[in-house]
Design a protein around this ligand. Structure first.
Ligand SMILES: [Zn+2]
Ligand SMILES: [Zn+2]
Ligand SMILES: [Zn+2]
Length: 157
């Protein structure tokens, strides 16, 4: 998906048109910044990369507004545990989106979007309920080490 940034932009333009919202040039630029990023970005990173890429200032308030727009339209996700944003792995898919789950590498910050089956999620939720607990956030964020970092760590040991 990362290689096909233009495809993703076109898809977003089309989706917005269909749902009667506008992917303004600024919104498109922010989406492009996120599509080009290797790893999730904080709002501050978005502002910074926007400035570098377009030599144009993006006030933090606008960045937040635009990120909220992109979130609401399902193009990006927000990682609650790290306060970072990344494009949805399924942003160009037509299938319905399950509650998103993420694997987050605490070493290099790489993130993978997972699809855990609804059955597994239900079972997990049942366990959580039985423990008398309520999840404040519906998405799961699991922290660990990615394959790459696991191997580099092994090499050093
Ligand atoms: Zn997603
Ligand atoms: Zn998909
Ligand atoms: Zn890693």
């Amino acid at each position: 998906m990362k290689k096909d940034i233009q495809y993703a932009i076109d898809y977003a333009l089309k989706t917005c048109q269909e749902s009667g919202v506008r992917l303004t040039p600024k919104r498109e630029k922010v989406l492009r910044v996120l599509l080009e990023a290797e790893n999730p970005l904080s709002a501050y990173d978005v502002v910074e990369q926007f400035r570098q890429k377009y030599t144009e200032n993006l006030p933090a308030m606008s960045a937040y507004r635009i990120l909220t727009f992109l979130l609401d339209n399902g193009f990006v996700h927000k990682l609650e545990t790290t306060n970072q944003f990344l494009t949805c792995h399924h942003m160009c898919c037509s299938h319905p989106h399950q509650p998103p789950q993420f694997l987050i590498c605490d070493h290099c910050n790489a993130v993978k979007e997972l699809s855990i089956s609804q059955d597994t999620l239900n079972e997990l939720n049942r366990g959580i309920e039985e423990a008398g607990f309520t999840l404040v956030r519906k998405q799961l964020e699991l922290h660990g080490l990615c394959e790459h970092c696991l191997h580099t760590r092994d090499d050093k040991a």
